[in-house]
Design a protein around this ligand. Structure first.
Ligand code: ADP
Ligand code: MG
Length: 683
């Protein structure tokens, strides 16, 4: 199964290259490449019953010849009417001239898409088309729908899955020990793989999903338990011993009182650091809850104990921001802070590293540039990393390896439901700051209907005139970064020509070179740019206290947690801030989901709701956890399953009856874990 994908019929070098974008290299990758959903072609919707905003599958015929209309700005529009026994509906495609060719033949076509209202008319906007061969396909109740990349169609993906299954028929080895598999009531691997791609029926799909997600969770939680066991056995940490009088004086000197939640987190951290075991703690809290302040205090304690600290941030911009705020707080206390940046002249860098090695720098801030071999500390005591989903466990460990028994503190602004984090971060202890400092004005959040768009732009102009700044985040385009970038550039052009032409606009997106991206963000930070049009890249975390408006286009395409993260970019300064959620015609459920955001500012509450609404698998699937990036987890149906697997892991670790199976499982778990760490470290 480790054979390269090119052994399958129909895959030449060109197609193989495209598939690499989906991380598909081997036949095995293909077998484990899951559909993102299934479509029931027997459950079509009659045209007369189409509702706005709901995704529908319509089986229909062409009722008119496709018409191509040229719009301003080089855009094209394809229009066609389709009909079934119940009525007629119009389909339109923007900028997809090739659709004209697809719209031929007298066969029944399946149109999959959402209905929306444009200029008073109900239309299917950019629907996908499927031509199914009734003789061959009708027997299948559920057809897989795969994530795609440019140049690979649904049909190609399906044929590849069929080819991979054929290639490996009868050869799929079951990684789970049989006795354990039967004890847990799981189906065989071969059955699971086959039915996850082409389910015989819904029950077979359920069994297949359960087996695959169970296995994935089992290996993940087993690895976590194993790592934790290893860590607890370590005693080579150094107790952090410091002058409590000086430390408390620093807390007294803060311009504010710590919140109760901050105090609790700080106490947990200090208690860990006082032990002669390395700390491995996750500090979670909403943006602005005061995590950095707590991290700074932990760094101060380490400084007082005579050792050094490192602070790793995901981008140069964030590193620079952290350097600033750490200096503001720690410099008056005598702490020497320096930043190692990527673009540093060689001579300066050499000097800085020499200072560091001689212990003349107390806290070093930087990006993963800190991981380089020539970065040597005199006595590293504490590593703090920011925004943990950007770093893998492997990277954290590499930094910690630069000292002996180094304490590690991981800060994350991604709130995860507590129940889930206790399980998923089993290798970390968790502190939560679930309270914002007093006096914060909540970000006024509202859903803006399309007809109020012009009003909103006027509001932005007014805010900018009053000294504010705004972000406009473009629709998330799943699986196609190119399309996402196009939509950002397009929106930027429209705004610059039209409603916002009087003010300085900028644009950032994922296809820009890092230097360009940073230049745009710096200009925004400096206030030279008033409105920043961006793809979701800004989620990573820029701190512009002056920014008071966050507009999110097609908000329904984002997860709640993600929207909350984006909203956290505003409301950081003293002015009243606003978050505007745009979304065309929304289904009832989409609307209800978005309304939650207008009701609460609490990230943990939203994360919990998000998980309840979407199920843990889907919820996890859209998160990027350093340790956890398997799409197989998307299959996890409920939290109960997670607990169930955890119990099995406990049984394996403690029950002598299961020793044989336990050895196999832990060995396989660590092998997978190491493989995954490697792939994370490479990214
Ligand atoms: P986070 O790292 O969680 O985003 P920060 O530590 O950067 O939060 O704090 C955000 C802002 O709030 C900073 O300007 C900080 O000085 C301030 N701050 C932190 N803790 C408190 C507090 N207890 N009371 C008032 N302001 C605080
Ligand atoms: Mg911060």
């Amino acid at each position: 199964m480790e054979a390269p994908i090119s052994v399958l019929p129909g895959i030449g070098p060109q197609r193989a290259k495209l598939l690499e974008k989906l991380n598909l290299f081997t036949v095995d990758d293909l077998l484990h490449f899951l559909p993102r959903g299934y479509r029931d072609y027997n459950q079509t919707t009659l045209i007369a019953q189409v509702e706005l905003g709901e995704e529908v599958v319509i089986r229909a015929q062409l009722a008119s010849q496709p018409r191509e209309v040229r719009l301003r700005g080089g855009m094209t529009l394809i229009q066609v009417k389709i009909e079934d026994d119940s009525g007629l509906i119009e389909c339109v495609w923007f900028n997809q001239p090739f659709m004209k060719r697809a719209l031929t033949g007298e066969d029944s076509l399946y149109f999959i898409g959402r209905a929306s209202r444009r200029q008073g008319r109900v239309q299917l906007l950019n629907p996908t088309i499927e031509k199914l061969n009734p003789a061959k396909d009708e027997a299948l109740p559920l057809m897989p729908v795969y994530p795609l990349t440019q140049g690979i169609s649904q049909k190609v993906m399906r044929n590849l899955a069929i080819a991979a299954l054929e290639y490996s028929r009868g050869k799929i080895a079951d990684a789970l020990p049989q006795r354990l598999r039967q004890y847990c009531g799981l189906c065989e691997a071969g059955f699971a793989i086959e039915n996850i791609h082409f389910p015989k029926d819904r029950e077979a799909l359920r069994l297949a999903g359960r087996r695959l997600s169970f296995e994935e969770l089992l290996y993940f939680l087993a690895a976590v338990a194993h790592l934790k066991g290893e860590r607890l056995a370590l005693t080579d940490g150094q107790a952090c011993i410091y002058d409590a009088t000086k430390f408390n004086a620093a807390i007294e000197a803060l311009p504010y009182d710590l919140t109760g939640a901050q105090r609790r987190a700080l106490d947990e951290i200090l208690a860990d650091m006082a032990q002669n075991k390395p700390m491995n703690r996750l500090l979670q809290g909403d943006v602005g809850s005061g995590k950095t302040a707590i991290a700074a205090l932990a760094l101060y304690a380490v400084y007082l104990s005579g050792r050094q600290g490192a602070f790793m941030a995901p981008t140069e911009i964030l590193a620079a921001q952290h350097e600033e705020s750490l200096k503001e707080f720690l410099k008056p206390l005598g702490v020497r802070i320096a930043r190692l940046s990527g673009g540093m002249p060689a001579g300066k860098r050499r000097d800085l590293l020499a200072f560091l090695e001689r212990g003349q720098i107390d806290v070093l801030v930087g990006t993963h540039a800190l991981l380089q071999d020539d970065v040597r500390f005199q006595a590293l005591g504490l590593v703090v990393t920011d925004e943990q989903h950007r770093f893998g466990v492997g990277q954290r460990a590499r930094l910690a390896d630069k000292g002996k028994g180094v304490d590690v503190l991981v800060m994350s602004a991604t709130p995860i439901p507590r129940t889930l984090s206790l399980i998923l971060y089993g290798d970390l202890d968790v502190s939560v700051i679930d309270e914002l400092p007093p006096g914060r004005r909540p970000v006024q959040t509202s859903m803006v209907p399309e007809r109020k768009r012009a009003d909103m732009y006027r509001f932005i102009l007014k805010e900018v005139a009053a000294g504010g700044q705004a972000y406009i985040v473009c629709p998330l385009v799943e699986q196609s970064e190119t399309l996402e970038v196009h939509s950002a550039q397009e929106l930027y052009r429209q705004l610059a020509k039209g409603p916002l032409k009087e003010i300085a606009l900028g644009c950032v997106h994922g296809k820009m070179r890092p230097a360009e991206k940073e230049a745009a963000i710096s200009a925004f930070t400096a206030g030279e740019i008033k409105v920043l049009v961006a793809t979701s890249v800004i989620e990573v975390g820029v701190n512009v206290p002056n920014a008071s408006i966050m507009v999110i286009e097609n908000a329904e395409r984002f997860g709640l947690a993600q929207l909350h993260q984006l909203r956290g970019r505003v409301g950081r300064g003293s002015r009243q801030s606003y978050c505007f959620l745009m979304g065309g015609d929304l289904s009832q459920t989409a609307r209800e989901r978005l309304e939650l955001l207008t009701q609460t500012q609490n990230g943990f509450e939203l994360a919990q709701k998000d998980m309840e609404l979407r199920g843990p698998g889907e919820y996890l699937g859209t998160q990027q956890h350093g340790t956890l990036d398997s799409q197989l987890l998307r299959l996890t149906q409920n939290l109960q399953e997670v607990y169930e697997v955890r119990e099995i892991v406990e049984m394996l670790s403690s029950d002598a009856n299961w020793q044989v199976e336990a050895e196999l499982v832990f060995k396989a778990a660590m092998a997978r874990h190491v493989k995954r760490l490697k792939s994370i470290a490479m990214n």
